[in-house]
Design a protein. Structure first.
Length: 321
């Protein structure tokens, strides 16, 4: 009789924190394995997560564990917290810190722009207009309020991808709008959507202005340029601070309930913890997450020297950070 299969796993449950887990057999599914880990490592894994494993087929590079048959009998797993999880990261022997809400990460610009659903009235008008266009080729004439609703909804979706879209990006969005609703084509226009492109460009500018007035740092950082009353300031379109390609959380606002003073106090706590011979790495990690927006604000707005920045944030020299 064959001996039962035994699994010896080294599981990284947090940055620089690994536990040894021994299983007497292969779990029935990945979900079962997750449930086992939750039970064995209570309460450290009290949040939604996925698992990655060192894939021997790719020289030990991490791969997402989807098929339980890929689980090695002896290997290393890594817990990856799900972005949608809304629970706080805490441990039984560490102070429970306020939860850092997951910032709205910028999504990659899509190959096909997703046209949003508009107001009930506008959707009804567009539906009737598309039917009439299919029958007779007649285009739709919108009221000012209806066009405003379309442009506002489109600007909101565009901003979810890029606060500062390129000319090509805006053109792609305008083309997708007219393709989804042919009744919006412009008679006499070569492509049928050039006017929508221009309108969307102006709407994006107005949309950013509203966000800046509401306190959205990502766009308010670029306000205060040259104007009639301030002729000596930088030109409006120079030195625009914006996220680079694929960059997320470029300049997030402070976490809910936090301000400059409270985050500065956390920074001082990090300094104190880093100086210890036995550092609480989980506490440092929590504090670094909470103060991320403070660091980004300093980097984007003040352009500090690297050596000065590392003196102020020494935890960044820890490998896990």
């Amino acid at each position: 009789m064959a001996a039962p299969q035994k699994f010896m796993l080294r599981v990284y449950i947090a940055t620089d924190i690994a536990v040894k887990v021994t299983l007497t057999g292969r779990p029935e599914s990945v979900d079962d394995l997750i449930a086992i880990l939750r039970e064995k490592v209570k309460p450290r894994l009290d949040f939604e997560f996925t698992l990655q494993y060192e894939d021997a087929d790719f020289n030990g590079q991490l791969s997402c564990l989807i098929d339980i048959q890929e689980l090695p009998e002896k290997g290393t797993l890594k817990v990856v917290r799900s972005e949608s999880d809304a629970s706080s990261l805490a441990s039984s022997d560490t102070e429970i810190l306020p939860h850092v809400p997951v910032s709205e990460c910028r999504k990659t610009w899509p190959d096909i722009f997703p046209v949003p659903t508009f107001s009930y009235e506008v959707e009804h008008v567009l539906e009737e207009g598309n039917i009439a266009y299919d029958r007779s080729g007649k285009t739709l004439k919108l009221s000012r309020a209806q066009k405003h609703n379309i442009l506002e909804s489109m600007a909101s979706v565009i901003h979810g991808f890029k606060p500062y879209p390129s000319d090509r990006d805006v053109g792609m969005a305008a083309e997708a709008l007219v393709k989804a609703h042919p009744c919006l084509k412009e008679p006499g226009s070569e492509n049928g959507w050039y006017g929508w492109k221009i309108s969307l460009k102006f709407k994006m500018g107005n949309y950013r202005t509203k966000l800046a007035r509401s306190g959205c740092l990502e766009v308010s950082v670029n306000t205060g340029k040259r104007s009639k009353n301030n002729p000596d300031k930088d030109p409006p379109h120079s030195n625009i601070k914006r996220a680079r390609r694929a960059e997320v959380n470029f300049l997030p606002n402070f976490p809910k309930g936090q301000n400059q003073a409270s985050l500065e106090e956390m920074r001082l706590n990090i300094l104190h913890e880093v100086e210890k011979s036995e550092k609480n790495l989980l506490l440092i990690d929590n504090l670094m997450q909470m103060t991320f927006s403070l660091r980004r604000q300093e980097i984007v707005q003040e352009n500090p020297l690297l050596k000065d920045f590392l003196v102020k944030w020494p935890a960044l020299q820890i490998e896990s950070q």
